[in-house]
Design a protein around this ligand. Structure first.
Ligand code: UD1
Length: 419
């Protein structure tokens, strides 16, 4: 298994190109199921997760080709509408094929998902949304069996709490349903807007994406289109926090300011200079230690749970005590014990982590546990004295395109060790 070796202490200077958003790319790829015409996605990140999904979509009959960051997906006919456990278990987002398979084919059988070990992560809201669109759903031997022999019908869906995946799933199913669908308490993440933009250019009728109420008027068919994946706000936040922690001056190319307002606010409080610049966002952290700052994760536009671990790494070497509260997922502090092995002082109390900044971290062998947790160990390694080796880096490969190359280009001493 590969590992990543970092010798800490270098500041970061230069620029980092921000890739297309993983979380958006995965839902956009699924849209190929909804049309018999080619769908072209540009600014497509090349990640373990996009490769998993490629395999799954090919299993349904999609022809998928890739030329650098341009991917073409074409599903003239659905050859299967069953997604087996082996293909779904590796990545939770693959569950989102259920609604589109049902919309195109009238029936589908999809294994219940696996994915990151960050809590129970049920799919009840996904299933309720599909039922509200007229699907008959049965659970049998770890599979969801769904039928809509006369097609899906528009419906009224009020989510009891915000779910990104369930909102996207409902949109992907409702675009081909008969009549109007209203989603209340919908997620407002930029990835939802990106999905709605792409589907709209395929001929879908969607109003209100980016707000809590989304209205979809079903159409008979969707056509192909070319769509550029939105720049990755989580990758943006991750590099911003790497610079904040290690120090330096870096331009995050193509990063979108308004997609990370909550982070910019917290970084300003911590004493980091983040500003819009020509071609992206410039992060400068040149004044020594950060000031300890509290965060609480919230659905967008609040502070993203996917940047919580990285923020915690920054706070490990800040001046003072910060309180980090996680409200989206239970069990999302798995990085804390690993950071403690590097000398961090963290007190875990339920969904709160109280971090007391230390003078310096020490390099250590540590283990990646999930995607965002593992990149927090990279950030800690960049500022730690000595060498940090991070094992199980397949977690990182799921979501960060060219991580070592991007950091090395800014002066980090980082390499991948193949085993
Ligand atoms: C997506 C992102 C993930 C991010 C998360 C929250 C992708 C591929 N993943 O995950 O990186 O951390 O949004 O911003 O886009 N829940 C239920 N029942 C459901 C669905 C969700 O109880 O049917 C719960 C979850 O367990 C969690 C909360 O709702 O506690 C929010 O999860 P959700 O927004 O659905 O996250 P994902 O879409 O899985």
């Amino acid at each position: 298994m590969d590992s990543i070796k970092i010798r800490g202490g270098n500041k970061l200077n230069g620029s980092v190109p921000i890739s297309g958003a993983k979380n958006s790319a995965l839902k956009l790829m699924v849209a190929t199921i909804l049309t018999d015409e080619p769908l072209v996605l540009t600014r497509m990140p090349d990640l373990a997760d996009t490769r998993f999904l490629t395999t799954l979509l090919q299993h349904f009959g999609a022809a998928i080709s890739r030329d650098s960051s341009r991917m073409q997906l074409h599903t003239p006919r659905l050859e299967k509408s069953e997604a087996p456990y082996d293909l779904v278990r590796k990545m939770r987002a693959s569950f989102n094929v259920l609604g589109p398979l049902l919309a195109r084919n009238g029936e589908a059988r999809v294994s219940l998902p696996g994915g990151c070990a960050i809590g129970a992560r049920p799919v009840d809201l996904h299933l309720k949304a599909l039922e509200a669109l007229g699907a008959d759903i049965e659970l049998s031997e770890g599979y969801v069996e769904a039928r809509a022999p006369h097609g899906l019908q528009g419906g009224q869906i009020t989510f009891p709490f915000v779910s990104v995946g369930a909102t996207e799933h409902a949109i992907l199913a409702a675009v081909l349903a008969k009549g109007e669908t209203t989603l209340e308490n919908a997620a407002r993440e930029p990835e939802i807007v990106d999905l709605a933009d792409c589907l709209t250019s395929m001929g879908a009728k969607i109003e209100g994406a980016g707000s809590s109420t989304i209205t979809i008027t079903g159409v008979d068919r969707l056509k192909g289109t070319t769509h550029a994946v939105v720049p990755d706000r989580i990758e943006t936040g991750t590099y911003a926090l790497a610079v904040a922690t290690a120090g330096g001056d870096v331009l995050l190319e193509d990063a979108v300011w308004k997609h990370n307002e909550a982070l910019w606010d917290r970084l300003a409080a911590a004493g980091v200079n983040a500003a819009r610049a020509d071609g992206g966002i410039r992060i400068r952290s040149e004044n020594g230690r950060l000031a300890a700052t509290d965060i609480e994760t919230r659905p967008y536009p609040g502070f993203p749970t996917d940047e919580q671990a990285q923020f915690m790494a920054a706070m490990c070497v800040a001046d003072g005590r910060s309180v980090i509260r996680e409200t989206i997922f239970e069990n999302r502090f798995m990085h804390a014990p690993e950071l403690m092995r590097m000398g961090a002082q963290i007190d875990l109390r339920g969904n709160e982590a109280i971090v007391t900044g230390v003078e310096s971290l020490r390099g250590a062998p540590v283990m990646a546990t999930d995607l965002r947790a593992s990149v927090s160990l990279v950030i800690a390694g960049l500022v730690a004295a000595g060498e940090t080796t991070i094992g199980r880096v397949y977690h990182l490969d799921r979501g960060f395109e060219g991580l070592e190359a991007k950091l090395a280009a800014c002066g980090a001493d980082i390499e991948r060790v193949k085993e």
